[in-house]
Design a protein around this ligand. Structure first.
Ligand code: C2O
Ligand code: CU
Ligand code: CU
Length: 482
């Protein structure tokens, strides 16, 4: 029934206007990286966080003299940073001032299903609701929030709706290390200042904007003045970020689901799929004054203009100033044990192809019905349960990327975090090198992965490809936890 109610919104209106991309010098580079503005807590009660979030169109001047209509939470993109502690009670009054249904999904938080912003629980245009939940023990980590309406998630996110959510642990073993936050998104901007709609290649590959932004800024300047802990989000619809510091080594301390059991030292690069997060610790080098945050080439199997490895690209300048303290990282960060033997097995197999029988739409900005993205051979159906799970039980999933187009697909599941056991590619199985809590795992074409997960709250959960265009085209399933 809910599907019918807003099906009239599913076909995008014809796009009129210039489709030329704004040149890369249209946004001013090299400004100092500003911290993410925080969402103020309106409650004075200890252990309670109360705020309002309004999703609305907001005109901004990104390019000299040109207005860009963005879709923003509380007038900014990225949306305000929510910071709270484990055990806190969160109450967010959400006002949807958009012309279409929306939700707020709390990506990475193991909260009750009816508060998780699922597409079934949409807030209609001009509607409102309250999200309320308690941050469960063990939820400390680098999370985020974004809309999750049926078939319109990609558009709402690429127009600007997404923000960071940090849950803190009062006994954080790294609390003494100063933090910086790098919320990475991208923006596809036309030469007249408009956010361009998705064309056929955007739908096919997932959209990549020509601008890569950190905390909303193009090519900012970051100051590393001593040992720092960086939380990094990949909030792009589809862009993969194989990040390096141009050779400067760093230590991985956390993933999607918070801290690792032990730090992993001496890394020089890390791959962040869309929606993936990491926490790293960086210390300025003795022998250099500057470095860069770089997206190294990565080939995710995209087609057309994005085919082949992405070009190496500088995302930020980093000034290395050794004026603040260097900090050592403890050898253990928290207890971490492998999940036990599973009581059930599930499969999620991604497949994709172009349906040559289906006519491509006349309007190139319309949702293409000839591009097929499925899980277990079916398109997403809001009313259909695809997998039954049991609350509190360890369950094993075999994730398969059976792409016929040769694309990577990043897997995501709601309701908690999982451990990856092993990955199999070209007939070779590789056990995971270290234990980590994740809610994202990349699957190359032909690759499969085995994960284990326990969901403690009952209810309906989604699992899907986090290339948001693929999700909107149907690469998503429903898990009913009973
Ligand atoms: Cu971040 Cu179901 O998504
Ligand atoms: Cu999610
Ligand atoms: Cu995908």
């Amino acid at each position: 029934a809910s599907l019918v109610q807003h099906s009239h919104l599913l076909s995008a209106t014809a796009f009129q206007g210039s489709t030329r991309l704004a040149p890369l010098d249209a946004l001013r580079p090299h400004r100092p990286l500003l911290p993410l503005p925080r969402l103020p807590n309106r409650s004075r009660r200890a252990g309670q966080f109360r705020a309002r979030m309004v999703a609305a169109v907001s005109q901004q001047y990104l390019m000299q003299g040109l207005k860009t209509p963005l879709w923003c939470y509380n007038g900014i993109t990225p949306g305000p940073l929510i910071e709270a502690f484990e055990g806190d009670r969160i109450e967010i009054d959400f006002f949807n001032q958009l012309e279409q249904p929306s939700t707020i999904h709390w990506h990475g938080l193991a909260i009750p299903a009816d508060q998780d912003g699922a597409p079934q629980d949409f807030v209609p245009a001009k509607g409102q609701r309250r999200y309320h939940f308690t941050l469960p023990p063990g939820s400390a980590g680098t999370h985020w929030y974004h809309p999750h309406p049926h078939m319109q998630t990609a558009e709402q996110v690429y127009r600007g709706l997404a923000g960071a959510f940090i849950v803190r642990d009062r006994a954080d073993p790294l609390a003494h290390i100063p933090e910086q936050h790098l919320f990475i998104s991208d923006l596809k901007l036309g030469d007249e200042g408009a956010i361009l709609p998705n064309d056929r290649e955007d739908w096919m590959n997932g959209r990549e904007g020509q601008f890569v932004l950190i905390n909303g800024a193009h090519l900012p300047r970051i100051t590393l003045s001593g040992t720092q802990r960086w939380r990094i989000w990949n909030a792009c619809n589809a862009r993969y970020l194989r990040l390096s510091l141009d050779g400067l080594p760093f230590t991985l301390v956390g993933t999607d689901g918070g801290l690792l059991g032990a730090p992993v030292h001496g890394l020089t690069e890390i791959l962040l799929t869309p929606a993936q997060r990491v926490e790293i610790v960086v210390t300025p080098a003795h022998d250099r004054q500057r470095t860069w945050l770089v997206a190294e080439p990565y080939d995710r199997g995209a087609m057309g203009r994005l085919a082949g490895p992405s070009p190496r690209r500088v995302l930020a300048d980093i000034d290395l100033l050794r004026i603040e303290a260097e900090h050592a990282i403890p050898d253990t960060l928290r207890p971490m044990a492998p999940l036990g033997e599973p009581t059930a097995q599930h499969v999620a197999a991604f497949s994709d192809f172009v349906d040559l029988q289906a006519p491509p739409p006349e309007n190139p900005y319309e949702r293409p019905s000839d591009m097929v993205f499925m899980v277990n051979g079916q398109h997403y159906d809001m009313e259909r349960i695809d997998v039954q799970g049991q609350r509190g039980a360890v369950e094993q999933w075999t994730l398969v990327n059976a792409s016929s187009m040769g694309m990577d697909h990043p897997f995501h599941i709601h309701g908690g975090h999982f451990q990856v056991l092993e990955r199999t590619f070209n007939g070779v199985s590789t056990p995971e090198p270290f234990l980590a809590w994740r809610d994202m795992v990349n699957l190359r074409a032909g690759e499969s992965a085995t994960i284990r997960m326990r969901i403690d709250e009952p209810g309906l959960r989604m699992f899907h490809c986090h290339i948001l265009e693929h999700e909107d085209l149907g690469m998503m399933g429903n898990l009913q936890v009973v």
